[in-house]
Design a protein around this ligand. Structure first.
Ligand code: HEC
Ligand code: HEC
Length: 228
């Protein structure tokens, strides 16, 4: 019984893709978890180019009412996040969705930095799965993409640069990906991911990071949505 509970918790935690441990007694904890989950969904819909789902989730985030027990000054600071989410909910292309998801993540990081919340230190680095199949390679790319996102949300240089290095390496796409794109297109996208990984390792300013991450997710979405 006890083992089952522990395993259940471990799997639940893993499925949440490394959401950091809660601060005990934090007033905004429930709210942050809702933000976190919506922003995470927005990120995944953006990189799969799922525009309808992306717009729906961004709209939910824009409409999220602040928790009653949240301090007034923090409620005020929610404005930029909700504003970016509102913009994102109007995305018409995979590029706009990718940019929206990246801009939302930056507003999380801005507020954490402004409030001196050391969230970045609590994100785990983890690692990609061992190579072996296209799905494993993709799980590796997803890992790198998650770390880059953590880098903005934290904000955290540590996760940002680890994600950037991961992308440089895993941008070298394996042969035999089950996609309708021809080999040239796949090679071009792989080269672009590595180039963007390079750019990410050099990006210091927040603005640059937001842009490079948007370009990365637009490239993922380009392949995932198939030839147009
Ligand atoms: C208005 C300011 C603000 C915005 C915007 C904001 N956060 Fe936070 N966040 C905080 C503060 C303050 C804390 C720490 C204090 C607390 O938890 O009460 C926190 C804590 C967290 C935590 C840790 C919560 C816990 O379990 O203790 C997570 C996760 C989190 N934020 C994620 C996000 C994500 C993702 C976004 C963007 C979608 C975001 N936050 C946007 C202010 C903000
Ligand atoms: C050149 C094409 C291509 C690019 C670029 C690409 N993917 Fe994929 N991705 C695929 C294919 C094909 C699948 C389906 C793999 C399968 O079913 O085995 C996939 C599936 C996935 C999955 C689901 C894996 C699973 O089966 O559970 C994730 C997550 C993923 N990709 C993340 C990413 C991320 C993140 C990026 C960008 C950093 C990216 N992909 C870029 C082709 C691509």
């Amino acid at each position: 019984m006890r083992v089952a509970v522990v395993v259940g918790i471990a799997i639940g935690f893993w499925a949440c893709a490394a959401r950091p441990d809660p601060y005990l007694g934090s007033p905004s904890r429930g709210q942050m978890i809702t933000h976190f989950d919506l922003a995470l969904d927005a990120r995944q819909h953006a990189l799969f180019g799922e525009l309808d789902d992306f717009r729906r989730v961004a709209d939910e985030l824009a409409q999220l009412e602040p928790a009653d027990d949240l301090p007034a000054e923090i409620i005020l600071q929610l404005g930029p996040m909700r504003w970016e989410a509102r913009e994102a909910s109007r995305a018409r292309t995979v590029e706009e969705a990718a940019s929206g998801a990246s801009n939302i993540a930056a507003t999380c990081g801005d507020c954490h930095a402004a409030n001196g919340v050391p969230l970045g230190d609590r994100f785990t680095l983890g690692g990609p799965p061992p190579p072996g199949s296209p799905a494993r390679h993709m799980a590796g790319l997803n890992w790198a993409s998650r770390l880059l996102w953590d880098g903005l949300v934290g904000p955290s240089d540590r996760t940002w640069f680890t994600g950037a290095e991961g992308l440089k390496e895993l941008g070298a796409l394996p042969e035999g990906l089950p996609t309708d794109h021809d080999q040239n297109a796949v090679a071009t996208m792989g080269a672009r991911l590595r180039q963007l990984g390079d750019k990410a390792t050099l990006a210091r300013a927040n603005r640059e990071r937001v842009e490079v991450l948007a370009d990365i997710w637009a490239t993922c979405a380009d392949c995932h949505t198939g030839p147009r």
